[in-house]
Design a protein around this ligand. Structure first.
Ligand code: IMP
Length: 434
């Protein structure tokens, strides 16, 4: 069985927790896009784990964790993550990195920052992790793939060209900055090659064999639909396709193999970085939700912008990803809110739009149309069955599912692994492990 898990909003929906639930019975967990701009938090009985590159399934030793071809891998970060796991007694023997995955080279974060600074007031608010520049080089066909680490002569020649010529011209002529020393870079990357060598593989046969066996395969999405390079609020997006389509090209799995796509939403909305956000709250309620929900970036620590649930975004995401199921997370954060609001349309120049407009200026200046519902004003963190939730809370969940066009099957009621209500069994039915 193949399940794709995607973020339905602007990221940080609580995907890490759902991935953790699914990974328990997965044979294979694959990251297929993004890089260490992601931060997936998993809270277990052994404490909190934050993953940026390594798929969250790594905590289950029988589960093979693949960093797929569509990911951009900063080897420095990957090595650090491996070391951190070792320090906590976990040897990631189950980790595999696709030799086709591209690398975030040490100069990419430098360009990310320089470009952001050059944009001034129009900056995107990237994570400065070099994600955009790494994907740009992949498209320009001057990127380095993880497999290149195993080819010293090739690395030497290519670094001489890409860095010695192209990158250093940009550094010196455009930014009036010091050139990079590509020979030193070669030494540095050969060092990474030695550490990462046991993990680097051609993942095609591995993934195909898992499909042939009928294994449980989870495609772990990072970032989210509204940050999609094509369908997000361009240019305020990330440089990959965090939608279901991207999960396929980034892992080498055919669309016909997919059984279910689960979209993860938060019961309200957050966004980090700049760009339009129609339901954003600027008042003290927004601040209260930010504090209660601990809405600060996992990667950068930046405070997240907070707003009401946007069902236009919800419907758009459900459709774009073909989601057959929704996981609605962090609903407990709204426990103390008297009246909850849901955006059902965007009014712009007298016309009400039902989905995010491509013209982000219209999206920025539209007026959200809201539906109001009574809050539940009760602590729901110990609810484990649908009937345990107060009626107002169930009504809210039902309404969101109705507006988004897919059933809400998982409701997250707290940060811990066990804090959720499962309305319908959408996880892998049983383990396919031998
Ligand atoms: P980049 O991915 O670093 O290029 O950043 C582009 C935009 O995506 C910025 O607004 C980031 O804040 C946002 N972004 C990137 N990764 C994540 C994520 O994992 N969660 C939420 N926002 C993200």
């Amino acid at each position: 069985m193949v399940i794709i898990l995607v973020g339905g909003q602007w990221g940080d929906e609580g995907k890490g927790k759902v991935i953790d639930l699914l990974a328990e019975r997965a044979n294979l967990v694959i990251r297929s896009q993004g890089g260490n701009n992601a931060g997936h938090t998993v809270v277990t009985e052994h404490g909190e784990y934050k993953f940026q590159l390594i798929p969250s399934g790594v905590l289950y030793p029988e589960c093979t964790c693949v960093i797929g071809n569509g990911v951009v891998v900063d080897p420095r970060v990957l090595i650090k993550e491996i070391e951190q796991l070792r320090e906590r007694g976990i040897e990631p023997k189950n980790l595999v990195v696709s030799e086709r995955a591209h690398m975030v080279m040490s100069y990419h974060p430098v360009f990310d920052q320089l470009e952001e600074e050059a944009r001034g007031d129009d900056r995107l608010g990237t994570t400065w992790r070099g994600i955009g520049p790494a994907y740009a080089d992949k498209i320009r066909r001057i990127g380095f793939r993880v497999g290149d680490l195993q080819k010293e002569a090739f690395m030497r020649k290519k670094l001489g060209f890409v860095v010695g010529q192209i990158k250093n011209q940009v550094m010196t002529r455009l930014y009036d900055a010091e050139p990079f020393k590509w020979e030193a870079l070669l030494e540095e990357y050969l060092g990474y090659a030695r550490t990462l060598d046991p993990y680097i593989k051609d993942t095609f046969p591995l993934v195909q064999a898992a499909l042939d066996r009928g294994d449980n395969i989870l495609l772990e999405g990072a970032q989210a639909t509204m940050l999609d390079l094509d369908f997000g609020t361009y240019p305020y997006v990330t440089s990959s396709n965090p939608t279901a389509g991207g999960a396929l090209t980034g892992s080498g799995i055919a669309p016909t193999s997919v059984d279910l796509t689960i979209a993860v939403f938060k019961a309200y909305t957050t966004r980090v970085g700049y760009g339009p956000f129609p339901t954003e709250l600027f008042d003290s309620l927004g601040e209260r939700i930010r504090e209660r929900g601990v809405e600060y970036g996992t990667v950068t620590g930046r405070p997240r912008r907070v707003g009401w649930f946007d069902a236009c975004v919800g419907r758009y995401s459900t459709r774009l990803n073909g989601a057959g199921s929704i996981a609605l997370m962090k609903i407990d954060v709204l426990n103390e809110v008297d009246t909850v609001k849901v955006c059902t349309g965007y009014e712009f120049r007298g016309v009400v739009h039902g989905h995010p407009m491509a013209n982000i200026s219209h999206l920025k200046h539209c007026t959200p149309v809201y539906e109001e519902m009574p809050g539940w004003r009760a602590d729901i963190s110990s609810a484990r069955r649908w009937e345990d939730l107060p009626r107002e809370c169930r009504d809210y969940v039902e309404r969101l599912g109705e507006l988004c066009g897919a059933p809400v099957d998982i409701v997250g009621v707290g940060p811990r692994r066990d804090q959720y209500v499962m309305r319908k069994q959408v996880l892998f039915a049983e383990t396919a492990r031998a």
